[in-house]
Structure formats: structure tokens, C-alpha cells
Design a protein around this ligand. Sequence first.
Ligand code: F6R
Length: 242
Amino acid sequence: MELKIYKDYEALSEAASDEMIHAIKNNPKAVICMASGDSPRLTAGLFVEKLLQSNIDYSQFTLVALDEWIGVPPENPGSCYYFFRQYIFEPLKLSPDQTVFFNALANDLKAECKKMDNTITARGGIDLMLVGIGMNGHIGFNEPGVSENLYAHVVPLDEVTQSVGQKYFQQSMVLKEGITLGFQHLKESRKVILIANGSRKAGIIKKTLQNEISMQLPATIMRKHSNSIIMIDEAAAAELAD
Ligand code: F6R
């Protein structure tokens, strides 16, 4: 695992978007899995801007949405799907075949997980995973105490996730369960990048880098991956020297 510290959110997002571009340049059929949320918002915007300005063929790559809130419809601006539609799918006019995401309204969520696993396998696995970190150290909805051997699964959300997650919604929401790719996907991904910015992430970043590796702090799994980078800005790095 490598640690990279950038001056600010803009510089961090520039670097993360370059990694995404690089993955597609390297392999036009790249499978990129990405988290939604505040951390990757600018990365997504820059990724799209750069692709549109380039002559890179982006008609064959796949974008996999990392997770979704169960019971939240895709037209809700707080859903993960909405993020991808707004920032990536529509601006790039991706074909439906290029977009892979969970249907969190499906009656059979187990089948939904299986479908996701099969799709990823059929496309040759994930080339690049770009994830964020929750205030409780989660990645995707892999909450504290998760098994690291799971593929896609449904999960009861940690209390921290239930309350922090309200920030994405205009009205208060009941957020009890999520559906997410698992750490088996992360471990098998050819490259994993975790991004974090801002002083509110400084404490959890310090623990992620300095505590013992344990699924009580899921993001410590980054330190077990042989091709992973934790990219943070100076504000998120503020407690590292303490
Ligand atoms: C969202 C996701 C979550 C977020 C994490 C950080 O798709 O997978 O794990 O990455 O909660 O969220 P932000 O970036 O909003 O601080």
C-alpha cells in the first residue's frame, strides 16, 4: 500500500481522475468500480471533463456502482444511482451495457447480489476500485465487523452510517440496510484507491493507517492489498504526525 498526500481536495481529485483515465487508456474494456458520495464528486466531474476533451475511446469500459441504500428509489437525489447518472452516465452518454448498479428495490436482493457477482466475473473482474471511507471506517457498506471474504451482500447499516447518510437526502430517511460489493471483490481488484479529504476524516485516516489491521476498522484492509493507494489531502493527513 502506498500513501499519497495532496495539497487540497482539487489536487487529490485531479490525481484520482487521472488514475481512472489511465485505466481506460490501458484497457478500453476496463471495469471501474466507484463509490458515490462527497469524496469522489469532483473526481467524477474531472474524469468526465477529461474524457470529453480527449480522443480516448470510452465506449467499452464498464462503470460499476459500489453500493446502494436499500429501499431508496433511483430517482431520489440521495441514491447512489442518482450520483452516477448525474455525474457520469448522462454526461458521457454511456450505453446501458456500460453501467452496472444494484437495483435496491428488487424483491429478491440475494439474486441481485448474485447478478452483480456474475456480471463482474463475466467482464473479467475489476481493474480499478475507487472508494471512499466512512466516519466509522467503512468502505462501501462493509461495516465494522464485516467478514473480508464476502462478495456482494446485503447488510444492516451501522448507526454511524444511518445518521451520517442523512447528509445525502433532502428529507430525513430511514436507512436501515445497504447492498454492497464485498471485500472479496476488493481483494481481487487489480488496483484499489481510497480517497479522503477534509479535517473530519483526519481521525479515521490516522486509525486506518496506524491501528492494527482488523475488520473492526474495515478500511485497514487497504493495507493488505498489494496494489493499493490511499490518497488524501493535507487536511485529512493532519493527525498523522501526532
Ligand atoms: C458511497 C460509499 C460510502 C462512502 C463513505 C464516504 O457509495 O460507498 O462508503 O464512500 O461513506 O462518504 P463521503 O465521501 O460522502 O464522505
